[in-house]
Design a protein around this ligand. Structure first.
Ligand SMILES: [Zn+2]
Length: 289
């Protein structure tokens, strides 16, 4: 058993060959596991399938974070109150935000607010893979060869995934490449793969939605002749159903194209499966008139 001291905290690491890393969500966890391999033990802050925007760190989470070697989180206000909690914890555990490293010209903003849903662009996610690999090397330089080998494999599969999504999108007529969802989680997906994205809520899921918002969006969908809208796995379907009903009262019928994974992996075993599920669902729905 090894005891490390950091600040005034005493950390206990059971297996000296493994670094315990807290990953804020399952999307980041998938990437860290793929690069860290057997040298890392990962734990989730936000439970599988939970909406990250409404996350509040529990006392148990704080203990797990302070007891770990590193926490890797998305940042940009994706994870509810996590950044606030990290501020309270201070420097006890090194914390890395994967979005802080994204070049400014690749970031998407809604007004002044940064949109944190970067992983929906597989090419941008590849940059995050390199960033994570570099940080794991900084933490355990003796494992650098293994981390870099794993990074190569991850980059190759992300490149293949990116190409697969592009090929699938090419099947959809250009005028039908409009993605309507509950919240603004697909802005990076839209930019990377050529979709216009529209949503009821903004970049978070906790804002109040008024009937005026629904009504305004309904008018835009009629104008653009949109006939398909999508549910999101972690958000109640109330607003999407309301949008559908509002459109019906205006004499415009839209179908539900399926459920997309905006903020979680859902039943998918990996990031890649989740991305494939999303694009396959979108293509199937938008090809059907
Ligand atoms: Zn979101």
């Amino acid at each position: 058993m090894i005891i490390l001291t950091a600040g005034c905290q005493v950390k206990t690491i059971k297996d000296k060959n493994k670094s315990v890393i807290i990953c804020s969500n399952e999307v980041i966890n998938d990437l860290v596991k793929n690069i860290g391999g057997d040298f890392v033990e990962t734990n989730l802050a936000i439970k599988s399938g939970n909406d990250p925007h409404s996350y509040t760190a529990t006392e148990r989470d704080i203990i797990r974070i302070t007891d770990s070697s590193l926490i890797i989180y998305n940042g940009g206000n994706l994870e509810g109150r996590l950044e606030w909690a990290l501020g309270k914890i201070g420097n006890i555990t090194p914390a890395i935000s994967i979005t802080k490293n994204i070049p400014e010209d690749k970031k998407i903003y809604s007004g002044n607010d940064f949109n944190p849903h970067i992983w929906h662009d597989a090419a941008l996610w590849a940059e995050v893979a390199t960033f994570i690999s570099d940080n794991l090397v900084k933490m355990n330089e003796e494992n650098s060869q293994v981390y870099f080998q794993h990074e190569e494999i991850v980059l190759y599969s992300l490149m293949k995934l990116h190409k697969y999504i592009q090929e699938q999108v090419a099947l959809i007529p250009t005028e039908r490449r409009i993605l309507v969802t509950e919240h603004d989680a697909f802005a990076y997906f839209g930019r990377a793969y050529g979709f216009e994205t529209l949503s009821i809520q903004g970049i978070s899921t906790y804002a109040e939605v008024s009937s005026i918002d629904i009504n305004n969006l309904a008018d835009i969908l009629i104008e653009k002749n949109v006939d398909t809208i999508f549910l999101e796995a972690t958000v109640p379907d109330r607003n999407i159903r309301l949008l559908q009903a509002t459109l019906k009262t205006k004499g415009h019928f839209v179908k539900i194209g399926g459920t997309l994974y905006a903020d979680t992996l859902g039943y998918n075993n990996s990031y890649e499966q989740m991305m494939r599920h999303n694009i396959d669902t979108i293509v199937k729905a938008l090809l059907k008139k």
